[in-house]
Design a protein around this ligand. Structure first.
Ligand code: 5GP
Length: 351
């Protein structure tokens, strides 16, 4: 047994200190940036990304996010025919989407067919729950060999050592996060995980040193958390719960006492495994949960909140764009950050 006594921090443990700023208005802040990847490809957009989950990484979500130049990792369950139809009708969205695969040969073969049919598709997301599995690095190397010019995002991991290994194996973007997700029960079921803010800081330093980029995946519960992730060094931030429950989620809607709720579930939950794999296999337990979220309508207003909040963060610290944010950010360690006194008395917007 070894105990690492270093203090690992989560979003709620830190705040960003305001700084004297040359920016007069948040309108001056530009949230788009260019992401130069190791493979040579340059992505352009806002570093916020919808997660490759059933009711988040949907074609509808991708269309809405692309309008704001945000990215979407599409879930891996769309068929080749669905992909082809989507690409034909929405060519302007393609630069903002990632096609997701796991570690199976069948998924890789389907990806090959999708990329053959849609050659302008440039971005791939290789997502496995445990990026520490022995087969993961050779799998990334194999995908890189097959697609030398595509952008590869791969994860999930939470430390410097594996971030370096992923970049060396061919990943352009390291996806960071074990256990922080809103519908994830990994920490409860296994006792494993690393607080997400520290995980992002450590992985970003390691990946950046080798020319790689980082996507902080999971754990953002409010716009301030996205700002902290980006200021901590994440080039992209992936959102599940914050984008779930909207019209674009294509989720099952149920009505309870006259109110509409959208079903949202973890990709390792019992529901997801039943939906996609015919049940939970005997040797494993589910590591995700199911929740009903109050239905929130179109995602556009939530996107405006995210973009507005991020512009304001940049204005507070004097960052003219998101690339400058980590350079300007000074974090402080806090023990309380939000005044909860009226939390249970909130009135709806516009009351
Ligand atoms: P959120 O933004 O909701 O906090 O986190 C989204 C992330 O949670 C996803 O991108 C994915 O990495 C992770 N996730 C999604 N479903 C599950 C699950 O069932 N189990 C675990 N351990 N993580 C999940």
């Amino acid at each position: 047994m070894h105990m690492d006594a270093h203090e690992y921090l989560d979003f709620e443990d830190v705040l960003i200190k305001p700084r004297r700023s040359p920016i007069n208005s948040r309108q001056e802040v530009d949230l788009t940036r260019s992401f130069k990847t190791k493979s040579g490809f340059v992505l352009n957009g806002v570093g916020v990304m919808a997660a490759n989950m059933d009711s988040v990484g949907t074609f509808s979500m991708a269309k809405a996010l692309a309008q704001e130049k945000m990215f979407t990792a599409l879930h891996k369950f769309y068929t080749l025919e669905q992909w082809v139809a989507f690409a034909k009708e929405n060519p302007q969205v393609l630069p903002y989407v990632f096609a997701t695969i796991g570690s199976s040969q069948a998924e890789l073969e389907k990806l090959e067919r999708i990329l053959e049919a849609i050659p302008v598709l440039t971005n791939i997301c290789i997502d496995i729950a445990n990026g520490y599995s022995a087969h993961f690095l050779p799998h990334i190397a194999k995908v890189r060999e097959k697609f030398p010019n595509k952008v590869l995002m791969a994860g999930n991991v939470v430390g410097a050592e594996m971030s370096e290994a992923l970049v060396q194996a061919g990943a352009d973007i390291v996806k960071v996060g074990i256990g922080p997700g809103s519908v994830c029960t990994t920490r409860k079921m296994t006792g494993v995980g690393v607080p997400q803010f520290s995980a992002i800081v450590e992985c970003a330093q390691a990946a950046h040193a080798l020319g790689g980029l980082v996507c902080g995946d999971g754990g953002c519960a409010c716009v301030g958390d996205i700002a902290k992730a980006l200021a901590g060094g994440a080039d992209f931030v992936m959102l599940g719960g914050m984008l779930a429950g909207h019209a674009e989620s294509e989720a099952k809607i149920v009505e309870k006492e006259g109110k509409a709720y959208a079903l949202f579930y973890g990709m390792s939950s019992f529901t997801a495994m039943q939906e996609h794999h015919g049940g939970v296999r005997s040797y494993r337990a589910s590591e995700g949960k199911e929740v009903y979220l109050p239905f929130r309508g179109a995602v556009a207003s939530s996107l405006q909140e995210i973009l507005g909040g991020l512009r304001s963060t940049c204005a507070y610290v004097g960052a003219i764009n998101l690339e400058e944010l980590p350079k300007r950010a000074i974090f402080i360690r806090v023990r309380r950050q939000i005044n909860p006194i009226y939390n249970h008395l909130e009135a709806p917007h516009g009351s």
